[in-house]
Design a protein. Structure first.
Length: 137
């Protein structure tokens, strides 16, 4: 999935973000992937994880992030790794709540690859695997 396909998928999953897409596109003349996804995925997901009151919406974001990681090209994966996952790891509580809603496959990727390859995440605690796979939840 390239950047355009990822954006199309994002807007299908989150049609309420169409106005943010239009505003960003008009302001910059293009979509700047890192700032756009920080505003439309990272910030809202952090708020949802802080409140921990809307599991269905949290899972929807987690599934999208997983698609970015496993189906995205290198540019898309970089946005997921650096803009989303790295920022979520800044807050220990949010990081571990995120794991509770993520699939074990994503947790495995984070623990075995991302935490070792992203120098900015070198001190981040690995995420715990769980008995349930929330990906299908």
């Amino acid at each position: 999935m390239n950047s355009e396909e990822t954006m199309q998928r994002f807007l299908e999953l989150f049609p309420e973000k169409q106005a943010a897409f239009q505003k960003h596109s008009e302001a910059y003349g293009e979509i700047l992937q890192h700032p756009f996804y920080a505003e439309t995925v990272n910030y809202p997901l952090k708020e949802l994880l802080e409140a921990d009151t809307d599991p269905a919406e949290i899972r929807k974001y987690c599934r999208f992030i997983e698609q970015m990681v496993f189906d995205g090209d290198e540019d898309v994966k970089n946005v997921a790794d650096v803009t989303i996952l790295e920022c979520l790891s800044d807050d220990k509580t949010i990081w571990h709540r995120f794991a509770a809603y993520s699939s074990n496959e994503l947790i495995r990727y984070i623990n075995t690859r991302l935490l070792h390859e992203n120098i900015a995440m070198s001190g981040v605690e690995p995420l715990a695997y769980h008995g349930r796979n929330y990906h299908n939840g």
